[in-house]
Design a protein around this ligand. Structure first.
Ligand code: ADP
Ligand code: MG
Length: 494
């Protein structure tokens, strides 16, 4: 869908949807934001809880430098202003999985200010519009614990493993105008976080979740009242929430009602949103600077170290693949969308030892390898074929040992046996032959057996040439060099 204008047709005319996302991303760090407790996913309940995370009286939080560093690096990756002076605030509310009775967050002076990311709606389409989505801020805060409920007997349990884990809250501007744009934004943001290594982006495990703010208006009008749907945990659901919520709001407005600013919950089973509570305002939380913590002050050396540790990011990489390697916009976008794919491709190219093979390598990776991984249900990190083996296969094609068809056969065997392509070619005798004597003999046989077609060809039915090529290749078990076959056939038929 390249469509950049998304409209809902109502009885009173067309409506436009306005979207802003607040993404919570769990910071990749071995320890929590203010304690030394571990953060591994899936541990025994309450096995990773320090006295600080359990809010024992008298315990004092100490910021974990690594968490701050990751948030700063993320800010730099989205081209944002990094605030050398920031501060933590208490956000007060009661919740059974929040033993402190408040969350330590940053309201007034966040660590990261204004930034932006660029999204492409359809990477297959080189003319697809690129849109810049503003990011208002990134602040750092603590996660809460988790409640679990039993039905028989009725009991509730609390697991504090997640309590105190560092989150980055990445707040976008209300710049998105369609479900597709919001989906592309979440994907791009996740890709950047993974490149940077500041969040694993794993939405199923809850490492990344979005609060989806949606309002509707007639094009050109002021922004309408928004609702916020909490904790949406997949790209598909983000898009479904917007679609659903925008249509619901149009229905409400067109039947003479008003949209209430409220917090809603998404139910993926029924694909609907339900009201959870009326929206609270910042003043309801009685925010105030946390007296247990000094302001954060970052020095230049720290900032320089953060910047120096950043990898080449997806946009820069994509442009380099197009410019330096001569790949198509589509191939460059596919290869750079995930850090792991780019890493694999670069290892493959390094093993080829020749940048001139970039196109062949990219084609093979995108169609053959991705096709196989798809079939096998594997990620590229778990590819049964290594970059070194892939490069060896490509080199056998480049030097004429294998035709494209034979290369596909060898690749299938590689997937099964994990053997090197050179070994397979030797063992199965899959080499393509350019032996002109042998090919000429086969051609003579083919022409003799099809004397009638040779007559037709000579009297002008040139389309039959392909038939002769096919017959010759078939007689040679697919192992003849197609270029040599073409040349020799032309000679024989002249
Ligand atoms: P709050 O602090 O109450 O959560 P913010 O002003 O911080 O409100 O905005 C939260 C999110 O809501 C941001 O991502 C912002 O882009 C989005 N947003 C604000 N106004 C609208 C609107 N009218 N329609 C859709 N999204 C909006
Ligand atoms: Mg908010």
């Amino acid at each position: 869908m390249t469509e950049s204008t998304y409209r809902i047709q109502g009885a009173t005319g067309e409506w436009e949807v306005v979207i802003g996302l607040e993404v919570h991303a769990q910071v990749t760090s071995n320890a929590k934001l203010f304690s030394g407790a571990a953060t591994a996913f899936g541990a025994e309940p309450n096995s990773q809880v320090s006295l600080i995370d359990a809010a024992m009286p008298g315990m004092l939080p100490v910021p974990n430098k690594e968490c701050i560093r990751q948030a700063v690096r993320t800010g730099m990756a989205i081209d944002a202003q990094i605030n050398k002076w920031s501060r933590f605030d208490r956000k007060n509310y009661f919740y059974a999985d929040l033993p402190q009775g408040y969350q330590i967050s940053q309201l007034y002076h966040p660590l990261v200010g204004e930034g932006a990311i660029e999204v492409t709606l359809d990477e297959k389409d080189p003319d697809s519009a690129v849109k810049r989505i503003g990011i208002e801020r990134i602040h750092v805060e603590q996660d809460a614990g988790k409640l679990m409920h039993d039905q028989h007997p009725t009991r509730s349990y609390v697991d504090l493993n997640r309590s105190g884990v560092a989150l980055m809250e990445i707040v976008s501007r209300p710049d998105m105008r369609s479900p597709a744009e919001a989906g592309a934004y979440v994907k791009k943001l996740r890709s950047i976080l993974r490149y940077v290594g500041s969040c694993d982006g794993n939405m199923e495990e809850g490492s990344m979740r979005a609060d989806v703010n949606v309002s509707v208006r007639k094009p050109g009008d002021e922004f309408g009242t928004r609702t916020e749907t909490k904790n949406v945990n997949s790209v598909r659901f983000v898009m479904a929430v917007i679609e659903h919520e925008a249509n619901r709001q149009v229905d409400v407005l067109e039947s003479g009602g008003t949209v209430v600013q409220e917090t809603r919950l998404y139910d993926p089973d029924r694909n609907e949103t339900r009201s959870m509570r009326s929206k609270e305002d910042a003043h309801d939380y009685r925010y105030f600077p946390d007296p247990d913590l000094l302001p954060l002050e970052l020095d230049d050396a720290f900032l320089e170290e953060c910047r120096a540790s950043l990898p080449e990011l997806p946009d820069a990489k994509r442009k380099r693949y197009e410019g330096e390697l001569g790949l198509t916009a589509y191939a460059a976008a596919v290869l750079t969308a995930e850090a792991e794919t780019a890493r694999w491709f670069e290892a493959l190219l390094a093993e080829c030892g020749d940048q001139g093979m970039a196109k062949a390598a990219s084609n093979w990776l995108i169609s053959d390898l991705f096709g196989a991984l798809n079939r096998l249900g594997l990620d590229i990190e778990h590819s049964p074929v290594s970059p070194k083996q892939g490069a060896e296969l490509l080199k056998l094609v480049a030097d004429g040992t294998l035709s494209g068809t034979l290369a596909k056969q060898v690749f299938e065997i590689m997937l099964e046996t994990r053997q090197d392509p050179g070994v397979i070619v030797e063992e199965k005798g899959l080499k393509q032959t350019s032996d002109t004597g042998a090919i000429e003999e086969v051609i003579a046989g083919v022409l003799a057996a099809n004397a009638d077609k040779v007559e037709q060809y000579k009297s002008g039915k040139e389309a039959l040439f392909g038939f002769f090529v096919g017959q010759t290749m078939k007689a040679m078990g697919g192992k003849a060099n197609p270029k040599v076959v073409n040349d020799l056939l032309k000679k024989a038929l002249a």
